[in-house]
Design a protein around this ligand. Structure first.
Ligand SMILES: Cc1ncc(COP(=O)(O)O)c(C=O)c1O
Length: 389
């Protein structure tokens, strides 16, 4: 009896597990990811992630890395930046950008438009640097005159950081203006492009920016797991003058690999690199000006649709980023319940951060997101709202 019952019970369990797994798969497949990263992947990028594994020292992987370097240079607007791409996240790229260009005890001027700007101050402090944070009220951009003052009121900063788009506030920084101040002060200018690169124009050479860093998972439309840095000659020179107390994040240790990607320093994330190569090819095929215009169009369509539903952008109208919207929910609407209602309709958005937590949603619209995804999101929001009001 027992022998017969046991398999039956196990069989039932397995069926339940299979059912649960089936449900989870259905949800993942059917859901539209409208959070501000990771973003939905194109079919070609998904296919690239499913390709057979390659050796990290193969000529195929080396060719991908060279093409990636070209594609990244195009996205950040640099003819000759040195491109480092290694397994990690945007935060690792932020940390590498700081510790390779400033020493403990150095001043770092941080232009912060929110949570991710503040992160630069935290990283600088963690490494014994002295951050001077120029903080904008949430929803506004840092004023160039305040940054000018911060650069001149004490010792000259070794590094000035700019968060191109802060994903907590949806604010787009005036990179050109802020970079000029940093350059004039003799600082290495670092731009965090995690929520911008590949969707918003970046002119690294034209603006005098020394480092643009990003991750793979937002406007570059790849799965999370890659840290990307484009580094100017001036910044490489600064690195050579410093004694960097790091190992994996020491860019000099990666230099032989950048020169010859068949060499080993640490095992490359070969699958992600292949996916990034494919995504950058798609970006090149779309054309950067067309891609930037598409992002602006999608942002405007989504925001005007949400405005009709009673949502208000929390970033000032003059600093709205084309990659995400931070939208206050209509009064009387429970923000968490709204997000649940959207998720039940297959659309996933993020909640507000910091002072915006509990009163705003964050909707990402970058990478592959187009008119169809915007319509689906607005329809789900309209239906979810009707249920709540
Ligand atoms: C602007 C910005 N910078 C840095 C980061 C940190 O990147 P990661 O989460 O990949 O470490 C994020 C993450 O969302 C971001 O939006």
């Amino acid at each position: 009896m027992l022998a017969l019952e046991l398999p039956r019970r196990l069989g039932a369990q397995r069926t339940n597990v299979r059912r649960a797994a089936g449900t989870a798969r259905m949800t993942a497949v059917d859901s539209l990811l409208m959070i501000p990263g990771p973003t939905p992947l194109s079919p070609a990028v998904r296919a690239a992630l499913a390709e057979p594994m390659r050796s990290h020292t193969s000529t195929e992987n080396a060719a991908s890395m060279r093409r990636i370097a070209d594609g990244v240079r195009a996205c950040v607007g640099s003819r000759s930046a040195r491109v480092y791409t290694f397994a990690g996240s945007g935060t690792l790229a932020m940390e590498a950008a700081l510790i390779n260009h400033a020493a403990p005890g150095d001043r770092v001027v941080v232009c912060s438009h929110g949570f991710f700007g503040d992160r630069f101050s935290e990283i600088a402090s963690a490494h014994g640097m002295h951050p001077a944070t120029v903080q904008a009220p949430w929803g506004s951009a840092v004023r160039v005159s305040d940054v000018e003052r911060a650069c001149s009121e004490s010792a000259a900063p070794a590094v000035l950081t700019i968060t191109h788009v802060d994903t907590s506030t949806g604010v787009l920084a005036d990179c050109a203006g802020l970079a000029r101040i940093g350059r004039d002060a003799g600082a290495i200018v670092v731009v965090d492009g995690v929520c911008a690169t590949g969707a918003v124009e970046e002119l690294m050479d034209g603006w005098g920016v020394d480092v643009v860093l990003t991750g793979a998972q937002k406007a570059l439309s790849v799965a999370p797991g890659l840290a990307v840095l484009a580094v100017s000659e001036r910044a490489q020179h600064r690195r050579a003058q410093l004694d960097v107390h790091a190992y994996y994040a020491d860019l000099q240790r990666w230099d032989p690999v950048v020169d010859d990607p068949t060499r080993y320093f640490s095992t490359h994330a070969t699958g992600l690199l292949r996916a990034l190569e494919v995504s950058l090819d798609e970006i090149a095929a779309e054309g950067l000006p067309a891609r930037f215009a598409r992002h602006r169009h999608v942002a405007e369509t989504l925001r005007s649709g949400f405005a009709e539903l009673g949502f208000e952008s929390l970033a000032g109208t003059d600093v709205l980023a084309p990659t995400l919207s931070v939208l206050s929910v209509p009064s009387g609407v429970d923000e968490a319940a709204l997000r649940r209602g959207l998720a039940e309709r297959g659309v996933v958005v993020a909640g507000g951060l910091g002072p915006f937590a509990g009163r705003a949603i964050r909707v990402g619209h970058m990478g592959t997101v187009g008119d169809a995804e915007v319509s689906r999101t607005l329809e789900a929001a309209s239906n979810a709202l009707s249920d709540l009001t």
